[in-house]
Design a protein around this ligand. Structure first.
Ligand SMILES: Nc1ncnc2c1ncn2[C@@H]1O[C@H](COP(=O)(O)OP(=O)(O)OP(=O)(O)O)[C@@H](O)[C@H]1O
Ligand SMILES: [Mg+2]
Length: 333
C-alpha cells in the first residue's frame, strides 16, 4: 500500500439482499475513509449493517452499487489483491478444537498457501504468551487464549488491514478488557489498521481513534470519540413522573431544546442540566416525580440525539437463533 492511500475507502456503497422490490437495503449509500494505522470503529445497533459492510469489503458478499477499496485495491475487481492484504476475526468460532494451537496455525498457512510461515507463527505465539502452550489442544484453552489464537491466525499472512466483527461479544468484563489491550497492542506491534464493529459504546469510546455510527444501513455520524461528543452540546434529562405531564409544558421551560417520550420516560434535551433542574422542580411537583437522571454528552447521547433511540434498544425482528432462544427463555421465566 503506497503512502497516503487510506486503508479503506468506501464511496456511495449500497448493498441490497434479495430483490429490488422485496429485499433489504442493508447498506444505503455509505461513504467512509479509514486512515492507515488507526483503530476504526463501526458502532451501531443490531441489524445496522455492520457485518454486511465487513462482508462486502472482504469480498464475501457482492456490492449492489458504489465502490469499496481496501489497501488501495478495488474489492470487486481486485479481490485477490485485497484478500492477500486483509485478516478477519469473525464473531463465530473458527478454531479447530481437536488441533493444537500450532496445528491451527499450520492449517491456516495451508489454507492461505503460505510458505515460511513458521517464524511469524512463533513470533505471534510469543507475543500473545501462548508459545509454551503451542502443542496443547485448543479445547483446553480459555476464552481469552482462544481469542488470542484467532487473532494470531488473522495476522499470520501479515495483512495490512484486519477486520474484527464484534470481537468482544459474549465475553466477560475482564476478558473484554484484556482484548481491548490486545487490539490496541496488535495495532501498534504489527502496524495493522483495525476496523472493528461493536454495539458496546464504552468499547468504541475506549478503543477507537475514529468512529462511524451506523443505523439502518446509513452512516449517521463520523469522527473521533471526542469530536462526536462535542457535537451534542447538550445534556439529556430523563424524567419519569407518576402524573401525566405534557410536552408543551416541558418545551415551554427556558433552555429546553427538544422533548420526546421514550416508553414511560420523558427525554428532555437541555443546554445545561444545572440551569434546567431548578426550573423543572418548580414546574413539576416533586411528589409526582418518580425518577430524574441526567446524562452528560457521551456516545450514547450522540446516538440518542441523532436517532431518538438508545443504542441498546432493539426494535427489528429477531434474526438469529441465539436471539430467538434468548427471547423464548425470557418469555418462560
Ligand atoms: N444474508 C442475508 N439475507 C437477507 N438479509 C440479510 C442477510 N444478512 C443480513 N441481512 C439483513 O441486513 C441488515 C443488516 O444486517 P447485518 O448483519 O449487517 O447487521 P449488523 O449491524 O451486523 O447486526 P448485529 O449487531 O446483529 O450483528 C439486517 O436487516 C439483516 O436482517
Ligand atoms: Mg453483525
Amino acid at each position: 500500500m503506497s503512502d497516503g492511500v487510506p486503508a479503506i475507502e468506501v464511496h456511495d456503497l449500497s448493498k441490497r439482499y434479495g430483490s429490488a422490490t422485496n429485499g433489504v437495503l442493508a447498506l444505503d449509500h455509505v461513504n467512509l475513509s479509514v486512515a492507515r494505522g488507526c483503530v476504526f470503529g463501526l458502532l451501531g445497533p443490531n441489524g445496522a449493517g455492520k457485518t454486511t459492510l465487513i462482508k462486502v469489503l472482504t469480498g464475501i458478499s457482492d456490492i449492489t452499487s458504489g465502490e469499496g477499496r481496501v489497501a488501495g485495491f478495488d474489492v470487486r475487481r481486485e479481490s485477490l489483491e485485497v484478500r492477500a492484504r486483509i485478516g478477519w476475526v469473525a464473531a463465530e468460532v473458527i478454531l479447530d478444537d481437536d488441533f493444537s494451537a500450532w496445528e491451527n496455525l499450520w492449517l491456516q498457512a495451508k489454507l492461505q498457501d503460505l510458505t515460511n510461515w513458521e517464524d511469524r507463527a512463533t513470533h505471534l505465539l510469543q507475543y500473545f504468551s501462548l508459545l509454551d502452550r503451542k502443542d496443547d489442544k485448543v479445547s483446553k484453552f480459555s476464552t481469552g487464549m482462544r481469542k488470542k489464537l484467532e487473532i494470531s491466525l488473522a495476522l499470520l499472512h501479515q495483512p495490512s488491514v484486519i477486520f474484527m466483527d464484534e470481537p468482544t461479544i459474549g465475553l466477560d468484563v475482564p476478558t473484554r478488557r484484556m482484548l481491548w489491550d490486545i487490539i490496541t497492542g496488535v495495532h501498534k506491534e504489527f502496524g495493522v489498521t483495525v476496523l472493528l464493529t461493536t454495539h458496546y459504546i464504552e468499547e468504541a469510546d475506549a478503543l477507537c481513534d475514529q468512529i462511524a455510527i451506523i443505523d439502518k444501513g446509513r452512516i449517521i455520524a463520523q469522527g473521533s470519540p471526542s469530536e462526536l461528543k462535542a457535537r451534542v452540546r447538550a445534556d439529556i434529562v430523563q424524567l419519569e413522573t407518576s402524573d401525566t405531564i405534557d410536552a408543551a409544558t416541558l418545551r415551554a421551560l427556558p433552555g429546553v431544546q427538544d422533548v420526546w417520550a421514550q416508553g414511560d420516560d420523558w427525554m428532555i434535551r437541555v443546554g445545561s442540566s444545572e440551569a434546567f433542574l431548578p426550573l423543572l422542580l418548580r414546574t413539576v411537583p416533586t411528589d409526582h416525580i418518580r425518577r430524574i437522571s441526567v446524562e452528560k454528552p457521551s456516545l450514547e447521547t450522540v446516538f440518542l440525539d441523532l436517532t431518538g433511540r438508545r443504542l441498546g434498544q432493539e426494535d427489528e425482528p429477531m434474526r438469529d437463533i441465539r436471539k430467538f432462544y434468548a427471547q423464548m427463555r425470557r418469555a418462560r421465566s
